[in-house]
Design a protein around this ligand. Sequence first.
Ligand code: ATP
Length: 249
Amino acid sequence: SAEQHGLRTSELSVRYGGLVANDRVELRVEPGEIVGLIGPNGAGKTTFVDAVTGFTTAEGEVFLGGQRIDGLPPHQRRRRGLSRTWQAGELFGNLTVAQNIEVAVAHGGFGAIVRDLFGRRRASLGETVTAALRTVGLDGIEDTVTRDLSLGQQKLVGVARALAGNGQVVLLDEPAAGLDSQESLEFAERVRGIARGGPGVLLIDHDMSLVLGVCDRIYVMEFGKVIFTGTPAQARTDSRVIAAYLGVP
Ligand code: ATP
């Protein structure tokens, strides 16, 4: 059933010494859905991504496609289709676009042939790269040297790299940082295109017009707790959200 898919957390908590960086977070991302996660600096957004992807130790449950994944190491979560970008997710500028994606696919343990969970051949490495680039609307740039792309295109290649192979849910940690407002608009359009293709997207960003403009639902986090979840329209009028994050409207 539809509720078997996507990402869901239950009572997810992360402690750093005495600091509760994530406090019993309940969050879900359905296939094809764009979900925003916003909150002030230090609220715990990156910690949430680290916890869900297995890069930091957490309590609670994480489900992907209806299956528990919280006991798995990061690369196994990645292979099951949960991928992320990094806040400082630089590409190798001197490599081609294809090489940048191939490195990630190979590092993800996919090998030269991407297989599904049953070991059936899904695609060659070249086919995987091309399909990932098509997902973000960048066709035919496989052989371009990465540093020759615009910053906006490089960000999209970073997203393609995250999705390559088996992208079911992708967690984007401040992907639009450094983009101007026109580039952010274009980026948002591409994110819509990604979600239309099936994957669920979790978008973390400080650009409120980007997040409120592109997301179907948002979560607001403060001091590690989810203090609001709802539509962007509901967020704009919620007094807690305004007080915690949006400032005086
Ligand atoms: P930003 O918007 O600035 O990226 P954030 O919402 O992503 O912030 P986190 O980076 O998740 O917030 O940080 C949440 C809290 O956890 C902060 O108080 C931070 O100092 C703390 N923290 C994060 N990582 C660690 C760590 N590895 N060890 C100890 N404390 C940490």
